[in-house]
Design a protein around this ligand. Structure first.
Ligand code: G3P
Length: 500
């Protein structure tokens, strides 16, 4: 018998880059992680250094292999998953980024977005792209760079500048960079740019023209599961065979392959995706229509998404900016030390409010303060904020699809917090289910890559790897739920119109 083989995934996330190696049963055999700098040049601006990220990615890959005693030729394939919407532009000849990457949370394009919508408003491109005009998406960030970096537009129009989300940046570098690197993006990442036609799965000429985006800079759109090329460097010889935006990867990693399946991931932000099958469903209640995944030549599977900008990031803020706890995980015990929130609510509108409100002018609030409130109450209100934001999205989904949520599969770093999962079950009034492998983002990218090279035979084999670790049942009465949700909605109303 030959040596055991594995599939690896790189998850280039908002705060860190990770590499996880999986075996045939979809279990983790090795992993490594490294954080990168969050650069905040002005209020509302968030940047990353793409060169630092590329160095970190190579480092975590090497450490994951070394840590597991895995030789590079034991990898059957590698998949990529990434923070979505974050934009990097680089020089085709030198491989150098032209500036820091503009991160998805950045709201500098607020005026630009308003101008792009005129006179129709934020829904101007929804029919074509599935998305409202908002600062969140990649297209306006690209336009901002074209209009604010000297000489960039001319260079981009000549084809000297390459545009990408993090998947493009990594695949281009992994496949050789200036020495023949492939400039591609997967269809799920492309569906977050506001530039892709959701039905044609190609760049939309009308939108490009109206947004003044040069086609010459854009990558080729490819499926989420096919061999894009062979890696060089640290992964020399390994087929790069899968790519999905992180939330789409989590949907895939949760094996949510059937129409009606839902998952919610709790990371920096939190993102709920509902598989809607072969047809894109247009939302009338503030959700996004997006590509769930596309496996090779098969038709794309679509999803409805409720995006929440701030979830785990609020716990980090409580730790780093307020110094209220030492480790993020300490919030669980602190919040559990009180029975309720002391009538205090925290709405973390740090990047405005995403779904279902889409208000980039909103700013965060803590309301209901009295002398009675302690940091333990605030800790509890912070966890509740993730749950109530999820409830708003779940309500919007039910309104769009007329199908009430039956149960919720969750994953992501924050789901190590049992109290959060209980609060979530209480707020939603449904069973919350935690899978055995909660690193579903990496798992989904590994699944996509493994399918493309025949490491796994098909969706049925992937489904068999999924198992449940724990379930949380709702345990509060309807009166309390309704009262707290009303209070939450009042708190949300306080976040609006703060910015002049
Ligand atoms: O849309 C942004 C999302 O992809 C970021 O995910 O896990 O890095 O918070 P995460």
């Amino acid at each position: 018998m030959g040596q055991e083989t594995f599939v690896a995934a790189i998850d280039q996330g908002t705060t860190s880059s990770r590499c996880i190696v999986f075996n045939k049963r979809g279990r983790i055999v090795s992993s490594a992680q490294r954080e990168h700098r969050q650069i905040f040049p002005r209020p509302g601006w968030v940047e990353h250094d793409a060169t630092e990220i590329w160095a970190n990615v190579q480092d975590v890959v090497q450490r994951a292999l070394d840590g597991g005693g895995i030789a590079v030729d034991q990898l059957a394939a590698i998949g990529i998953t990434n923070q979505r919407e974050t934009v990097v532009l680089w020089d085709r000849e030198t491989g150098e980024p032209v500036s820091n990457a503009i991160v998805w949370q950045d709201t500098r394009t607020r005026d630009l977005v308003r101008e792009l919508g005129a006179p129709v408003g934020p829904e101007r491109f929804r029919e074509r792209t599935g998305l409202p005009l908002a600062t969140y998406f990649s297209g306006p960030k690209f336009l901002w760079m074209l209009e604010n970096i000297d000489g960039l537009r001319e260079r981009a129009e000549r084809g000297d500048i390459l545009f990408g989300t993090m998947d493009s940046w990594l695949i281009w570098n992994l496949t050789g960079g200036t020495d023949g690197g492939r400039h591609v993006t997967d269809v799920t990442n492309a569906s977050r740019t506001l530039l892709m036609n959701l039905r044609e799965l190609d760049w939309d000429g009308t939108v490009l023209e109206r947004m003044r985006i040069p086609r010459a800079a854009l990558p080729e759109i490819v499926s989420s599961s096919e061999v894009y090329g062979t890696a060089t460097g640290v992964l020399a010889g390994v087929p790069i065979a899968g790519a999905l935006g992180d939330q789409h990867a989590a949907l895939f990693g949760q094996t949510a392959f059937s129409e009606g399946d839902v998952k919610s991931t709790y990371g920096t932000g939190s993102f709920l995706l509902l598989n809607t099958g072969a047809e894109p469903v247009q939302s009338r209640h503030g959700l996004l229509t997006t590509v769930g995944y596309q496996i090779g030549d098969a038709p794309a599977v679509y999803a409805l998404e409720g995006s929440i900008a701030v979830s785990g990031a609020l716990v980090q803020w409580f730790r780093d900016q307020l110094g209220a706890i030492e480790n993020a995980s300490d919030i669980e015990a602190l919040a559990a030390s009180v029975a309720d929130n002391g009538d205090c609510y925290v709405v973390p509108a740090f990047s405005g409010l995403f779904a279902p409100h889409w208000r980039s002018d909103a700013r965060g609030v803590i309301v209901g303060l009295t002398g009675y409130v302690t940091k333990a109450h605030i800790a509890r209100a912070i966890l509740e904020a993730s749950a109530w934001q999820t409830k708003e999205v779940v309500d919007a989904m039910a309104a769009d699809t007329r199908m009430p949520l039956a149960e919720l599969r969750v994953d992501g770093g924050m789901t190590a917090n049992n109290l959060l999962l209980q609060i979530l079950a209480d707020a939603l009034d449904v069973r919350v289910i935690l899978p055995e492998v909660t690193e579903t983002t990496c798992l989904g990218a590994a699944f996509a890559a493994g399918l493309a090279v025949g490491y796994w035979s098909g969706l049925d084999e992937l489904r068999e790897t999924w198992s449940q670790k724990a379930a949380f049942e709702p345990a509060i009465d309807e009166k309390r739920r309704a009262h707290e949700y009303r209070q939450w909605k009042k708190a949300v109303a306080r976040t609006l119109d703060w910015v002049e």
